[in-house]
Design a protein around this ligand. Sequence first.
Ligand code: SAJ
Length: 440
Amino acid sequence: MTATATVPTAIDTLLTKAKDRTAVFGIVGLGYVGLPLAMEIVRAGYRVLGFDVNPRVVDSLSGGRSHIQDVPAAAVADAVKATRFSATADLARLKEPDVISISVPTPLSKTKDPDVSYVLAATESVKRALRKGQLVVLESTTYPGTTRELMLPALESTGLKVGEDFFLAFSPERVDPGNERFNTRNTPKVVGGITPACLKVAMALYQPAIDTLVPVSSPEAAELVKILENTFRSVNIGLVNEMAIVCDKLGVDVWEVIEAAATKPFGFMKFTPGPGVGGHCIPLDPHYLAWKMRTLNYKTRFIELAGELNAEMPEFWVGKVVDALNEQSKAVRGSRVLLIGVAYKKNIDDIRESPALDVIRLLQQRGAQVSYHDPHVPTLKEDSIALTSVPLNADILRDADCVMIITDHSSVDYQLVKRHARATVDTRHVLPREDRGGRA
Ligand code: SAJ
């Protein structure tokens, strides 16, 4: 009786490759999510083949350089030298890796509808190269149903069967650029598979690279986890922004109210008012869910209302500048307004969806001469805006009719601002009380 060698199933093969770290990971999209993930996967002992459509990114990484603030060039150079990481723009090579993790942009269109064109393009490339034994994981933030409704049919059109021949899961990225404490490895990672086998292999393959994995019952649950996380922020920021308007009308210091409320040791979480909500997550993610629910004839009122409130803040704060100029009997037209900080949040250089852009547009529409100082953003080019950061010194401060603090970067000398600014509008409560323009 000859023993018949059983052919290992696709699952067994992947589980073995996870255990002995022989699995090759393909990372599609080498940006602020994909590159840190690639380095973590290399550190876990796997080999990584990075894919990006931008040849400059591929060349830079292949040369051992890093274009991502949180990824040191040395990490890339070491991984390249040890032949544990290489980058390519040749998407036909997607047949090589055992795992394909997709972290491509999911922006909103001008009409605030999801733009899943990058996900669709990546899915098409994966479909053309798909072979037996591959795990595909979408990491980009998207509306619930994307993995099952958009990706699964495309991949199964190859004739391969999900959960047997190939595996498909969703695992939301939770990268917070510039966060010194939380990184890809120590941030718990939620995973939802199309089938139990999909979940099983995804967990096994990620486990060596991620400290804590959080399995959920479906890709839809995993897609919604991410949307909930960021909608929670948008709604709570909208709430405190409305409180800023309420306090302004009542002549109460909203910051004092929030600081005192934050002494409640349970049942309260502090958020702070500001010039509006920027970034590539919070202003966009909730609208992915709003769009999906509209297709099911349901209006997600919280999401819409928070979005409206947050979008109203630039106008509210420009109104404070008008008041500050009025105090000096100056019209906005021809007045010099200096913005301090244009990045969408402190201590980073990212201006995507920054409320500073709306503030600049509103001031320029009223004829103000706008300049800015941002130690992280040397030049600002966006639509009709083309400005260069000016130095921050006594002369420049004194020359401004109003100084508006938009982003509270830690490296700015606020004492200098306090000493020399004729009038200030402080949207971030970074100046002591008596020096903040307006009451909010
Ligand atoms: N903002 C306020 N008040 C607040 C908090 C934020 O006005 O109390 C503004 C910020 O200035 C910024 C915008 O909202 O313009 C978004 O700020 P954010 O702190 O949410 O930072 P983001 O956009 O970088 O969000 C990311 C998200 N991370 C991921 O999606 C993986 C978010 O889930 C994180 O919670 C957040 O970082 C974080 O905590 O830093």
